[in-house]
Design a protein around this ligand. Structure first.
Ligand code: PLP
Length: 486
């Protein structure tokens, strides 16, 4: 037998994960099709120069993910493909008037339930903690605490740590952006960045055009600032309708437009790059700022990273917001904004709101980016999330009743599920909670009740308890659909 290849350090991909990744690729490219036998453990161990136990572990992982199945005395087989994909939800059709947001009670309820460790968490869009580079970041922070000790305790006043801004600017080249570190302001997470941008360009009572549905964290900011949301029809594939947006602009004094152009949460939509350009040009004609939240832009399942709207910004009107919460750690609270022509105002508001973002997390993330660890991390999570999203989608397809629709995102890790019209997502929420499961009800993603029969599911992790929970959820939907149809 060939010699076992070197085992990577712990924070890197384990050998069995590499083997599992290779098998996934072979399945995805059609080398092994559904129902076909894959190489035996012994054959794979020889092919890969890996130990029997690494291959066994890899096969167990694939089995747990529902990709292969073991047939006693026969071997391992690619699991039969699920029934046809469910249809996707159609483009949203909100009303034409702006509305105040009033979601805080619902939001607090969902937040409290998301903290309960006794529940299977399908609701909150938390990244999979197993996939975060926690040990690596902790080691970097311990090293910094030793070597830079006093430096870690100084204020890093706005615009924030220069080394980090340099790293962010270098990384932004991948998204089509030629940013200078001087154009960037570090924030305490992505939501703070959006808050600062809205505060910089709007006054209470102003109208903000938003993609519909929209991430509830952003709707909360509109609520707190007394802003009115004008929901624009948004397609689950290619995002906000430019025709509808132009119509809205011509009929309302819109002060800002809010998008998640890459992998809208919850919709999963991604505005194609050419359409992003048109969007930026449209807003440039009316001199309206675009606040674009790119928090999941790095988690793409396609060949190439989709660009950011900022790549097309000639007038400094795009305020690009992002954070490291989805791919490094939500708890470090490090995000950033490239606010274009409103940079000075955003910097001042950052200073008046929270003075500075904590220094040690900024230093740690800068070092992580510089070391190349971030690129490695992103490659890993893209693969894992693509697989987990597919697995959750297949489970919804298998377990939910006729009339269900589900999105097919090409990035991020959430699914937006449209339930039969007789199912109310808050009724389902209560029922699911009794079964120790959380979901996010569609009500949270709009100031009107247009998504009463939608739910958002988090696809970041795929485990047996989650698979069981999705099955149970499907039964509950069937139960509610039947009961309410009577
Ligand atoms: C679209 C979107 N924006 C922002 C955030 C939060 O970002 P942060 O934790 O960096 O404030 C989330 C988290 O779920 C999100 O889904």
């Amino acid at each position: 037998m060939m010699e076992e290849k070197k085992t990577p350090k712990k924070q890197e991909v384990f050998r069995y994960e590499q083997i599992a990744g290779d098998v996934i690729q072979l399945i995805e490219q059609g080398t092994y099709r559904s129902g076909e036998r894959i190489p035996s453990v012994r054959q794979m161990s020889q092919q890969q120069g890996a130990s029997i136990s690494s291959v066994l572990q890899a096969y167990l992982l694939l089995e747990n993910r529902g990709l292969i199945e073991v047939r006693p005395q026969s071997g391992y087989y690619v699991r039969a493909a699920p029934i046809d994909n469910l249809p996707e939800p159609e483009i949203s059709s909100p009303g034409l008037d702006p509305n105040h947001v009033n979601l805080h009670d619902l939001m607090m309820m969902a937040m409290r339930d998301s903290l309960n460790p006794g529940l299977v968490q399908l609701g909150a869009a938390m990244p999979n903690l197993e996939l975060l580079p926690t040990e690596r970041i902790n080691r970097i922070m311990a090293g910094l605490a030793r070597t830079a000790s006093k430096g870690t305790h100084r204020y890093e006043l706005p615009p924030g740590l220069e080394e980090l801004r340099v790293q962010i600017a270098r990384h932004a080249v991948n998204s089509g952006c030629q940013l200078s570190p001087n154009e960037i302001v570090i924030t305490s997470g992505g939501v703070e960045g959006i808050d600062l941008c809205l505060h910089a360009v709007c006054n209470p009572g102003d109208i903000v055009a938003i993609e519909s549905p929209m991430y509830f964290g952003t709707l909360q900011i509109l609520e707190v600032h007394g802003l009115r949301a004008l929901e624009i029809p948004t397609n689950p594939r290619d995002g906000i309708s430019l025709e509808a947006l132009q119509f809205a602009i011509e009929h309302n004094p819109i002060k800002a437009v809010l998008t998640i152009s890459n992998f809208n949460n919850p919709l999963g939509s991604c505005i194609p790059d050419e359409k992003k350009k048109e969007l930026v040009e449209l807003l440039a004609r009316y001199d309206i700022p675009l606040i674009d939240n790119d928090v999941s832009g790095e988690i793409y399942f396609t060949e190439k990273r989709p660009w950011v709207t900022k790549a097309y910004d000639k007038k400094g009107l795009v305020m690009l917001c992002s954070s490291f919460s989805k791919d490094i750690s939500p708890s470090l609270r490090v995000g950033w904004v490239a606010p274009g022509r409103h940079k000075n105002t955003v910097e001042w508001l950052k200073f008046t709101t929270s003075v500075a973002t904590a220094t040690l997390p900024q230093m740690a993330i800068a070092q992580f980016l510089e070391s190349g660890g971030y690129d490695h991390q992103l490659r890993r999570i893209r693969r894992e999330y693509a697989s987990n999203v597919a697995l959750l989608s297949q489970a919804v397809t298998r377990n939910f009743p006729a009339g269900t629709r589900v999105t097919r995102p090409s990035g991020g890790f959430v699914l937006w599920v449209q339930l039969p019209e007789t199912v109310d997502s808050l009724e389902l929420y209560a029922l699911a909670l009794k079964n120790s499961i959380t979901i996010t009800p569609g009500y949270l993603f709009s100031p009107t009740n247009q998504f009463y029969n939608f739910i958002r599911l988090n696809a970041a992790a795929w485990t047996y308890p989650i698979e069981r929970a999705v099955r149970r959820l499907g039964e509950l939907v069937v139960e509610l659909a039947g009961k309410n149809a009577v």
